[in-house]
Every structure is written in C-alpha cells, then in structure tokens.
Design a protein around this ligand. Structure first.
Ligand code: 6PG
Length: 247
C-alpha cells in the first residue's frame, strides 16, 4: 500500500473548532462502524485541541453510536509524568472521555510513565507488537485504523520535535524525546509507527497553526510534521483560521 504525504493529503475546512470536533467525531463513528471484523485501533493525540472531540464522543449524541466494544485506544505520545499529573495526555483523555464512558473500560492503553523513559517506551512498543502479532510492521497490514495528530507552533507533531534524534528513528515503533524548547521528557510513536495506519488525521484549530500548516503543506522539510506519511489516507481537518490563504 502506498499512501498519502502531507502534500497529497486532503484538506477539509470547517467553520470553527466545534465544527472540526463534530466532523471528526462523525468520521470516527463511521469508520469504526464500517470495520466489521477485528479491533478498530486509534492513536489519540494530546495537547488541548482534542478536548472538544473527546467531550463530544462522551456526549449523549455520540456515546450510543460508537461500537466501544470493538475500539482500542492508544496514544500517539505522552509526557513522561505521572498519569495524575496535569500535563498527562492520559489524564486529559480520562477527564474528557474515558471517565464518562464505562464501555471503554479495558480498551484504553496508556503509555506507561512509572519507569525510566527508555523502559516505558520499550514497554509500550512490546504492547503494540503483542497486539499486532509481529515484531516488524508490514506495510500491507497497517496497525492503526486512525492516527490523530496535532501540530505545534514549531512544526512538531506527536512528540517528534525539531532537532531531536527521534526524527531519524526508522526501526523503533516507540521512542523517547527530550525537546529543547518544550517541557517534559516525552514518549512518542515514531514515523514508521505513524505510517502504519489506514488514516492519519491532523486536527488543527486556530490562527496560531496557520503559518506551520502553510509551511508543512508546501513541503518545508525543516518541520517534523512535513515527514509524516501513511500507508493509507491523510487529511488535514482544519478550521477557517488555519487555512486562510493556503491552497
Ligand atoms: C502533546 C501533543 C502535541 C500536540 C501539539 C498541539 O503531547 O503536546 O501530542 O503533539 O498535538 O503540541 O497541541 P495543542 O492541541 O495544545 O495546540
């Protein structure tokens, strides 16, 4: 399977962040319902953008539509802090979604943060390999159905930060990263792991993302987000503030 890059990705524009979240919630339900066999695997992004989406998925409008028993939730990255730390992506996802939907119990796989960062990254990779059923990724058999990504104002995505060795990692599925301009040691999916997907969706909201979106879309190789690929389809799901002036 040869798939999309940031230059061939679809661009979908919605009026505002609420509409972006609604579109993504509808998209996830449709994709999960359409997968008739096996587990629907999604890697969640962190930060603040996904909060509206997670709250929507936990709302009465959506909670009955998602086939939760067939959905497995993973994380694209995590800050290496305790899971009850305010900076934890896992904590944010629990506060906005998993604490409110009992059916997700046992289907959520947080990145461990109770060992050293290296130990925890290796442990998460072993979990992913066990769920995949192999030690090596097969391009013809993507692991994730959906990888959700955000984008920082330095062009990072997941915890693939500028100037970090993890940008060169092509063997590991999960690795550590110590950003030189953001807090916390991080654990992140690597480019090969993100590429092992049927859909990559960048959720972008607000004019603060416009410059980076424009540069990534133009193929600026200096930005980590520019190097994201997928075996399947890639979509930039943006609000108007992100895409004004970008083709
Ligand atoms: C993280 C994220 C990171 C995030 C971007 C955008 O752990 O911080 O995974 O990659 O998606 O930094 O963050 P916002 O959505 O808060 O702008």
């Amino acid at each position: 399977m040869s798939g999309d890059t940031v230059k061939t990705a679809k661009i979908i524009v919605r009026a505002d962040g609420a509409e972006v979240a609604l579109d993504m919630a509808q998209r996830l339900v449709a994709l999960a319902q359409a997968k008739k066999e096996g587990i629907f695997r999604i890697a969640l992004s962190g930060g603040s953008t996904p909060k509206k989406l997670f709250e929507l998925l936990a709302s009465p409008a959506f909670v009955a539509r998602m086939p939760w028993e067939r959905v497995a939730f993973y994380y694209g990255d995590e800050r290496h802090v305790p899971h009850d730390d305010a900076a934890s992506n896992y904590r944010m996802s629990c506060e906005t979604l998993f604490n409110h939907v009992a059916a997700t119990e046992g289907h959520v796989y947080p990145i461990p943060t109770n060992g050293t960062a290296e130990e925890d990254a290796a442990s998460y990779q072993r979990l992913l390999q066990a769920h995949y059923g192999a030690q090596d990724l097969d391009p013809a058999r993507p692991f994730f159905d959906v990888v959700m990504l955000g984008m920082g104002q330095d062009g990072h995505t997941a915890s693939l930060f500028p100037r970090q060795p993890v940008l060169q990692e092509r063997e590991k599925w999960v690795a550590t990263c110590v950003p030189d301009d953001a807090p916390h040691t991080r654990i992140t999916l690597t480019y090969p792991a993100i590429a092992s997907s049927r859909h990559v969706v960048f959720l972008l909201e607000g004019k603060g993302k416009a410059e980076m979106f424009r540069r990534v879309r133009s193929g600026d190789d200096a930005l980590p987000s520019s190097h994201v690929t997928t075996q399947g389809e890639m979509t930039f799901l943006c609000d108007k503030a992100v895409t004004e002036g970008v083709s």
